[in-house]
Design a protein around this ligand. Structure first.
Ligand code: COA
Length: 206
């Protein structure tokens, strides 16, 4: 069975109230329109990303209940290029206001610059997104334990951008620390983005 649409649904539910998402797609005043846009984007990010990223689904009795998408730093350029190509192709059928497209492109390059500034030339695991269909039931935590375990086994730090203050204790619980809190694109009135890093834990006895 193809779980990608169900996984995209879960990510849409998780992200439709995300401050950065609402800022990027502020033209979509109808929640249904925002969900459609996000669904297309997550489908692309999951499908286009396949050769470049780690995508994990959490399965419950009724199907997908959580998802997590990570990208190794060495694949970030190819992943992002691939996503942009898909976005441009889809844009023909689903146009968006130019100011939205311009802002998205600006944010892409601004966040890439920030990542490079903070992480330098180290290898790291980028946490692009983690989401649960029902919050507070341990699904997000299970994803975090899985991916931090992979990063630790590789000896790699992890990096993420988060625009929800409420999520800070969740990430801190798994070892992330805020390195910088800045408005998206450095723009006045934009939501705050917390740029967080987690250093690898070296376990003794190996
Ligand atoms: C953040 C998220 C992935 C956590 O997954 P989860 O399955 O709810 O997390 P767990 O059950 O393992 O842990 C609960 C913790 O999540 C955090 N949390 C964030 N938003 C929450 C919410 N609306 N309800 C409950 N917990 C929430 C809290 O820190 C909570 O800890 P607490 O119980 O001490 O308050 C999930 O709430 C979610 O999908 N949020 C929307 C999408 C998002 O913000 N993703 C992260 C940005 S990349």
């Amino acid at each position: 069975m193809d779980n990608v649409p169900a996984m995209a649904d879960v990510m849409v539910t998780a992200f439709e109230d995300d401050p950065n998402v609402k800022y990027q797609f502020s033209h979509a005043t109808d929640p249904k329109e925002l969900r459609c846009i996000l669904h297309r984007l997550f489908m692309d990010e999951i499908r286009a990303g396949k050769p470049f990223n780690g995508m994990y689904a959490a399965m419950g009795e009724g199907g997908v209940i959580g998802g997590c998408l990570t990208v190794p730093s060495g694949n970030l350029d190819s992943w992002s290029f691939n996503n942009t190509l898909r976005f441009v192709r889809k844009f023909v059928r689903h146009p968006m206001p130019l100011r939205t497209v311009a802002r998205l492109l600006k944010t892409n390059s601004w966040t890439a610059r920030k990542r490079a500034e903070i992480m330098g030339d180290r290898d790291y695991l980028y946490l692009f997104a983690v989401g649960a269909s029902e919050r507070g039931k341990g699904v997000g935590g299970a994803h975090m334990r899985h991916i931090t375990g992979i990063a630790d086994a590789l000896g790699w730090p992890m990096y993420l951008e988060n625009s929800k203050q409420r999520n800070l204790p969740f990430y801190e619980r798994y070892g992330f620390k805020t390195v910088e809190a800045v408005p998206v694109n450095g723009a006045v009135g934009a939501p705050t983005l917390w740029l967080m890093v987690r250093e690898a834990e070296v376990r003794s006895g190996r």
